[in-house]
Design a protein. Structure first.
Length: 466
């Protein structure tokens, strides 16, 4: 079929655009997964009836951002959106012969575009474009269309975009699969129907009533491509290869003079997920590296969502005390802990780190949904609590143990910490079956927490978690 004419675009770019937008020639897209991740409904509504015309979808590689954009395109076309008014472009397509600017993409006006309908731009991996933020600001201010852009490098926001984007576009963070999404994706065809044919109650029942499903989630992590695999060894091997090849070498190689030492730092941080930062010690481990360089490298790993920070809070209002507190670093996904572990995943030390990492992942989700925050507390005498969740007007002290029978000392320690911090809601998440309140401490099995995190913490309150 003859290509439709495009105004003032180089022929090579026309070819690239036509290849990435098969609907312009009435060609079908490749078959896409029916399963939709949670931002799908939000983005679909925003494109059809936008409050703000631009949304930036941030998150690590391989969590489904590209698939989500293609699903949006598919469903918009199915609902009758004019094909010529919909443009998808992947700025990381290895077949591109030169760097393409979003301005060129936005200039696209196929001859049969509907001038009475807005243009929708789905821009994948926008962080590859220099001065992306200036163009995005221009796009908003000049109403160039409705835009969803994705980003796998948070430095895009840290270095420039935050100031430009203030009040101009919204941001959505997409991490690995939540336990609920994992259940929906892996419990058979019914869980993968468009718009979720399975009800949320079905998914929760699956998690709460199927220990094997929870163990699978703990074993393979939250990367969708590996969720249905039974070969855990192969999953971990692929995760290691993908992380080193794509995230470290591709995203960070140009910004680091010693990528091999960066890799070693990453492996250490993931193996010690949940440990406090000690830049001087890490510099010494790496050899011939100063602490400032290590701090920069940690920031780069955070940029690609491979590690996440947990700040130390303070029960005092003294600024100096807050500043002295070290942050903790966790693996961005609990699947990375098992993938890079030195010993088998079932070993007690590894399992404990997996439990903490997966709980923190879901506490972050609660904090985003409830406009809250997560920290940890440690006092000078060594008393510590794993997580302090502030959500709305409530505060929770959360301690995590993989033990199936938490020791009495664990409860006593949590009780002391919550009392010292002035927190009335203390929750012990554990690997066993016991649940209920004992002397002011709520015992909560991990599988119950994962099934519906916010209501599990807050009681029988409806809503909350995604």
């Amino acid at each position: 079929m003859r290509k439709r004419s495009v105004y003032r675009l180089p022929p090579a770019l026309v070819d690239d655009l036509t290849r990435q937008n098969p609907w312009w020639q009435s060609d079908p897209q490749p078959v896409l997964p029916a399963f939709r991740r949670w931002p799908y409904a939000v983005l679909d509504k925003r494109l059809r009836d936008p409050i703000a015309p631009i949304v930036l979808l941030r998150g690590p590689r391989q969590v489904g951002k590209t698939t989500l954009l293609r699903q949006l395109a598919d469903d918009l076309l199915d609902s009758g959106w004019p094909p010529a008014n919909l443009t998808y472009f992947d700025f990381e397509d290895f077949r591109l012969k030169r760097q393409v600017s979003p301005e060129e993409i936005a200039k696209l006006r196929p001859a049969d575009a509907d001038r009475d309908r807005p243009q929708i731009l789905l821009l994948d991996e926008l962080h590859n474009v220099p001065r992306w933020d200036r163009w995005l600001k221009h796009a908003v201010d000049n109403r160039l269309g409705r835009i969803v852009a994705t980003d796998s490098a948070a430095s895009l926001l840290r270095e420039a975009g935050r100031e430009s984007g203030l009040g101009r576009w919204d941001e959505i963070v997409l991490e690995g699969l939540t336990a609920q999404e994992f259940a929906a994706l892996t419990t058979g065809p019914a869980g993968a129907q468009r718009g979720s044919a399975r009800s949320a109650r079905d998914d929760l029942r699956g998690l709460a009533g199927d220990p094997e499903l929870v163990e699978r989630y703990l074993a393979v992590g939250g990367f969708p491509a590996h969720a249905t695999s039974d070969d855990y060894r192969l999953v971990r091997e692929r995760l290691r290869n993908d992380i080193v090849d794509r995230a470290l070498r591709r995203d960070l190689a140009a910004r680091v003079q010693d990528p091999e030492r960066l890799r070693k730092l990453f492996v250490y941080l993931v193996q010690e997920s949940g440990a406090e930062q000690n830049l001087a010690a890490r510099a010494n481990d790496l050899g011939n590296v100063d602490a400032r360089t290590v701090a920069k490298w940690v920031g780069l790993l955070e940029d690609t969502f491979l590690v996440v920070t947990l700040d130390r809070g303070s029960s005092s209002n003294k600024a100096a005390e807050r500043l002295r507190g070290r942050s903790k670093l966790y693996a961005g996904d609990h699947g990375l802990v098992t993938a890079f572990a030195e010993v088998p995943a079932h070993e007690s030390e590894v399992r404990g780190k997996v439990f903490e990492t997966v709980v923190y992942r879901h506490l972050r989700e609660i904090a985003r949904a409830q406009s809250g925050r997560v920290q940890y507390l440690r006092w000078k005498d060594g008393l510590e609590v794993d997580f302090i969740l502030e959500a709305g007007s409530e505060r929770f002290a959360v301690e995590v143990t993989h033990s199936v029978q938490p020791k009495p000392g664990k409860r006593k320690t949590l009780e002391r910490a919550a009392e010292r911090a002035g927190i009335g809601r203390a929750v012990l998440i554990h690997g066993g079956l016991a649940e209920g309140e004992v002397e002011g401490i709520t015992f909560l099995p991990l599988f119950r927490f994962l099934a519906d995190p916010w209501p599990a913490l807050a009681g029988d309150r409806p809503g909350g978690g995604r």
